[in-house]
Design a binder for this molecule. Sequence first.
Ligand code: ZN
Length: 274
Amino acid sequence: MNRLCLHTMTTKPWSLEDCARHYPKAGVTGITVWRQHLNGHDPKKAQTMLQDAGLEIVSYCRGGFFPAKTATGLQEAIDDNLRVIEEAHALGAPLIVLVCGAVPGQDLATSRQQIADGIDAILPSAQQANIKLAIEPLHPMYADDRSAISTMQQANQLIDSLGSPSHLGIALDVYHVWWDDALESQIILTGNKDRLFAFHICDWKTPTTDLLNDRGLMGEGCIPIRQISDWVDATSFTGHREVEIFSHRYWAEDQNVYLNQIAASYHKLYDNSL
Ligand code: ZN
């Protein structure tokens, strides 16, 4: 099976209707829907539209951002995540990606505890809706304001600390963890615990001119994507490979041309694999 999935943010200028119309023509079989692209849609109608187009809804992006400096802020984050669960449920998405959050100037240990408490608070609702939650460790360059969880080891420890609930796992994004010398062993560990829930790919450009929105197409940078994929494929994970690229450069291009570039780089990477 073709395991190519696209995040709607990869083709940010397109509406959800555009994605449904164009993705399948390029051989894309899965879609991860970002909240901003679902905004203004009836989730159930969106689900029907995507499924009719032949796209499997892989996940919903994103929840998280639990840390805050006030009790009100902490509660607002939990309330917002409960809304995310409702939206994912209505859309028929089986998984929510969590970008866990951080607050500039707040120590990381405090933020990590708030993240654990926040996830603990929303887990019953996720379980009730039968939706999995995937913690996505983010590159440490985002440890100030986007994620106090920077490594798979930290994510695994957090999940362990919550008693290893079956609905809580990890989204591995090569952009964030490719540099980690414990990556292979952490992938094996995560796979053995049946908590590797999602796999995101793109590339790291040199130089990177924007910390958020200058990600590269696969093959354009220095990440050993195929090596990491092979480690992932050695686990029981058989899900989609999700192309998630934030790029001002590519968003400024004709998105149909770009879509074909994505498909070509994907096939160059994987055509001799299952
Ligand atoms: Zn990602």
